[in-house]
Design a protein around this ligand. Structure first.
Ligand code: GDP
Length: 297
């Protein structure tokens, strides 16, 4: 299960301070030493850990906690609040264009789950948001990727716009948006090419697609299992093309949690959805507070 190690360690740390009628600075220090180690072991970015520990420590030794009747509980609440903040605070909604179609660009490295997530997102938009989505196959370098999206589309009964592999992704995106306008699709989800590594060519292509019509959302799909690599990928994509949000996949696996806890603080971009499995309904909106509660038990 995701976050298992982190969750266990934080819970045992919390247990020690929970019922205390008096919390001293030494108690807080001891606790934060343990929290720090737990976060590092969960592969959370080091600077993020440092800032987190500093914020919690400052608040935990504050007068309001020390004077409170249940200081142990107060400290735990502070940890929970700060964990929630770390993951973005509020749940971040999709930004729909008041003048449809809303254009969502899906970007990411190969294997992260981009194509699968495009299908899942279309499915979610139709089911939960009552939208009429159009999927667009713009990965012209891999016929298999186009085929994969078409198969998902068929399975979901959601149309997939494709012009094969001989047309440029920019042209495909352009025509897809025109098609959506004509046929009254209100969300266009463009599945762009992924590569094994970040390279300039990929970024240039994504920038060119972006340039046709400013997308309402640029979602970066990253694999939670890759920990700090996912965070570095997010930072690179954000710097190169500017993303509006992150979709973290494979959170159903036994990821330690580093990506989920670091991405927002490092990139300042919210995690919008999480992938919880391979099936088409396994995509969930990301709620930082619920995630913090789950971690702290
Ligand atoms: P792409 O190369 O980024 O388009 O990646 P794919 O969409 O082809 O996905 C790569 C693999 O990851 C596939 O086997 C997917 O079924 C799997 N996958 C994607 N998202 C999730 C998820 O949230 N959980 C799990 N367990 N597997 C996922």
């Amino acid at each position: 299960m995701a976050f298992e190690g982190l969750s266990e360690r934080l819970q045992s740390t919390i247990q020690k301070i929970k019922g205390k009628g008096k919390v001293t600075e030494a108690d807080v220090k001891q606790m934060m030493r343990e929290v720090r180690l737990a976060l590092i072991e969960a592969d959370v970015n080091l600077k993020v850990v440092k800032d987190f520990v500093k914020r919690v420590s400052e608040r935990a030794v504050g007068a309001e906690v020390m004077k409170s009747l249940t200081p142990g509980q107060q400290v735990i609440k502070i940890v929970k609040d700060e964990l929630t903040e770390l993951m973005g605070g509020e749940h971040s909604q999709i930004k729909f264009n008041p003048k449809p179609p809303t254009v969502i660009m899906m970007v990411g490295l190969q294997g992260a789950g981009k194509t699968t997530t495009s299908g899942k997102l279309a499915n979610l938009l139709r089911k939960k948001y009552n939208r009429k989505p159009l999927l667009v196959a713009a990965d012209v370098y891999r016929p298999a990727a186009i085929k994969q999206l078409e198969t998902l589309g068929k399975q979901l009964a959601i149309p997939v716009f494709s012009l094969g592999t001989d047309v440029s992704p920019v042209k495909i995106a352009e025509e897809a948006i025109e098609h959506a306008k004509k046929e009254h699709y209100d969300v266009v989800i463009i599945d762009t090419a992924g590569r094994l590594h970040i390279d300039e060519e990929l970024m240039d292509e994504l920038k060119n697609i972006r340039a046709i019509k400013e997308p309402d959302e640029v979602f970066l799909v990253v694999d939670a299992m890759t920990g700090q690599d996912a965070v570095n990928v997010a930072q690179s994509f954000n710097e190169a093309i500017g993303i509006t949000g992150v979709i973290l996949t494979k959170l159903d696996g036994d990821t330690r949690g580093g990506a989920a806890l670091s991405i927002r603080a490092v990139t300042e971009k919210p995690i919008k959805f999480v992938g919880m499995g391979e099936k088409m309904d396994a995509l969930e909106p990301f709620h930082p507070e619920r995630m913090a509660s789950r971690i702290l038990g």
